[in-house]
Ligand binder design. Sequence first.
Ligand SMILES: C[S@@+](CC[C@H](N)C(=O)[O-])C[C@H]1O[C@@H](n2cnc3c(N)ncnc32)[C@H](O)[C@@H]1O
Length: 262
Amino acid sequence: MLVKDYAAINRKWWNNATPAHAGSKFYDIPRFIKGKTSLQSIEIDELGKVRGKTLLHLLCHFGMDTLSWARKGAITTGVDISDSSIRLAKKLSRQTGIPSTFICSDIYELPKILDKKFDIIFASYGVLLWLSNIKKFAEIINNFLCDGGIFYIVEVHPFTNILSYDFKLLYKYFDRGPDMDDSGTYIDWEKAKGVTYEWRYTIGDVINALVNNGLKIEYMHEFPFSMYDQFPGFMEKNKKGQYVLKNKKIQIPLLFSLKATK
Ligand SMILES: C[S@@+](CC[C@H](N)C(=O)[O-])C[C@H]1O[C@@H](n2cnc3c(N)ncnc32)[C@H](O)[C@@H]1O
């Protein structure tokens, strides 16, 4: 049987999607260059002060969030599998004069090329589905965290994995994948067509992977809003710029955040 190189397939898709993302209103690079943070209030409020702390940003895409943390005084390192994302991240760092290290690597290869400990490890919005092995991911977090360090993630809630883009109850919560996806990209479902392979994890999978690696869960918060139009046609933006379901009779968890310490 032919074994698929999932990492190579996904890297190719992300290399293709990056230019579309870079030119999008969703990411709004010109505003970021002028000084606007790309971070959302959830992570800014929950992670708190980062000045002087070393921060490792996993699956950082083209580094706007990494650089936004650096603007707040963190000493940042961003990691991503996509060459075009990392090239753009380095360009943004030069253009804005915000210093940051950026490394192009599959997350699972990172321990082979980076030998350092960090005060904070950060990951956000659209990370879990790219992880072929959640247990190994937690092992890697543990490996890169210094004693007393913080792992923080804010992420699409796994509950929504059971729903299709047109808000139908279609999928199995306990199906881990990998599943083939050719639906385009979240900034424009018509763009960046092509195949990716994605995984699904339950909330329990995430918590247990961290706990089994000796991390202590400080909290897990759930939110009834999203930062993007996850179910086109079924969502509207509220005054805070968050996407909520139009049908007010329904309320489901759309995001979660979790803080763990070593
Ligand atoms: C949805 S984006 C992350 C979103 C990020 N919060 C943002 O909006 O800037 C997912 C990122 O994960 C990266 N990625 C996917 N699989 C990866 C892997 N195995 N190792 C490292 N990065 C990976 C992709 O290249 C992409 O940049």
